[in-house]
Design a protein around this ligand. Structure first.
Ligand SMILES: Cc1cc2nc3c(=O)[nH]c(=O)nc-3n(C[C@H](O)[C@H](O)[C@H](O)COP(=O)(O)OP(=O)(O)OC[C@H]3O[C@@H](n4cnc5c(N)ncnc54)[C@H](O)[C@@H]3O)c2cc1C
Length: 322
């Protein structure tokens, strides 16, 4: 089922999750254990992130060597399992950065074969490696260009003209939004106008970057609506689980942490921080649901224990069914 249909049919709050593939050569079994844990909560869909190739330096017998690697391959395989073994809608992320439009088309065709109907179209970050574009191939620059490519395929327009059996695809397309502005954007309004471009190009819904103060989200949605963005805007949340998050979350995601949360974490013993983070996230969910937000998306990476704690707390609070 498409993400937008999940949102339309919802009678009770829907909680979806986002996972990150294991590192190259890492153990898929630990990720499968995480999926086993989270499917118990009937997520409407599960996102799997995607990662482009980057430069890594490795110490070898011949000294330090520079290599280009996709440190986290596996998005397609994991999505195939989620969709066809767990029977939950998988949402693979697709990047412009590091992939040609031709590779993207192939990837989308494979997704169609696997019965996957949803994708999240993302630009990706400049990670220091620009893959050379082979002769005769082309690239998308911004996420909006990727949305246009997918919308084209949904209308039967493939890069390879005269393709045999070229049927229109039927992807439901999500895109990102940043309640505290994307770090490259000159201001929030300009950034929102770029989100509007993605919606006008064919995006069906927006998922936000994580935030820890719901007022940021409510204000963002209000600004988006004023700019004519009518599609659902799914709030993205993360559970703060340790003291290092006070530094890493703002550094990596360019967002603010509210002072009351920071003060509570600073005053706590390290082993108390998970409980503080879970309580904070549970109250965020409760407040969002009370404000008629039907669906919440949790960034959980590869660790299910904080989310299990959260779901139990949400049951106690009667936010989700017991
Ligand atoms: C929900 C979500 C999921 C994510 N998943 C992944 C993932 O799987 N893998 C990964 O590597 N990263 C992921 N990211 C991080 C993301 O790749 C980075 O934040 C990246 O820097 C921006 O991607 P985007 O799709 O938001 O870019 P875009 O929407 O292309 O915007 C990027 C910047 O360019 C500006 N802009 C857009 N269009 C134009 C234009 N035409 N002219 C000038 N400026 C323009 C925007 O305002 C913004 O500042 C995710 C982020 C979110 C919020």
């Amino acid at each position: 089922m498409k993400v937008i249909d999940h949102l339309k049919n919802t009678q009770e709050p829907k909680i979806s999750f986002e996972l990150i593939p294991p590192k190259r050569g890492g153990d898929i079994r630990s990720l499968l254990a995480v999926i086993d844990d989270i499917v118990k909560y009937n997520p409407p869909f599960i996102d799997i992130t995607s990662h482009s190739a980057e430069v890594v330096y490795e110490e070898t017998n011949h000294g330090i060597q520079k290599k280009v690697k996709r440190k986290r391959p596996g998005t397609l395989g994991i999505c195939a399992l989620i969709q066809n073994k767990y029977n939950i809608d998988a949402v693979p992320h697709i990047l412009t950065h590091g992939f040609t439009r031709e590779e993207t088309e192939d990837f989308l065709i494979e997704l169609s074969y696997l019965g996957i109907e949803n994708v999240l179209a993302i630009r990706g970050d400049d990670n220091g490696y620009q893959k050379p574009v082979p002769e005769g191939k082309s690239v998308n620059k911004y996420a909006v260009d990727l949305v246009k490519q997918i919308a084209g395929m949904n209308n039967g327009k493939y890069l390879e003209e005269n393709l045999l059996d070229a049927k229109p695809s039927g992807f439901c397309v999500g895109v990102s939004g940043y309640p505290e502005k994307h770090f490259e954007a000159p201001n929030l309004l300009t950034d929102i106008r770029h989100v509007k471009d993605k919606v006008d190009a064919g995006a069906d819904y927006v998922v936000t970057q994580m935030f820890f103060d719901n007022n940021t989200y409510f204000k963002y949605v209000e600004m988006c609506r004023k700019e004519g963005i009518k599609v659902p805007i799914i709030p993205g949340l993360k559970i703060l689980t340790n003291k290092t998050h006070l530094i890493n979350i703002p550094k990596n995601f360019y967002i603010n942490l509210p002072s009351s949360l920071v003060d509570e974490v600073l005053a706590a013993k390290p082993e108390q921080v998970l409980d503080i983070g879970v309580e904070w996230a549970a109250n965020q969910v409760l407040d969002l649901i009370n404000n008629n937000v039907p669906s919440v998306h949790f960034y959980i990476m590869q660790n299910s224990s904080p989310v299990i704690k959260l779901m139990n707390r949400l049951k106690e609070m009667k936010v989700v069914a017991a």
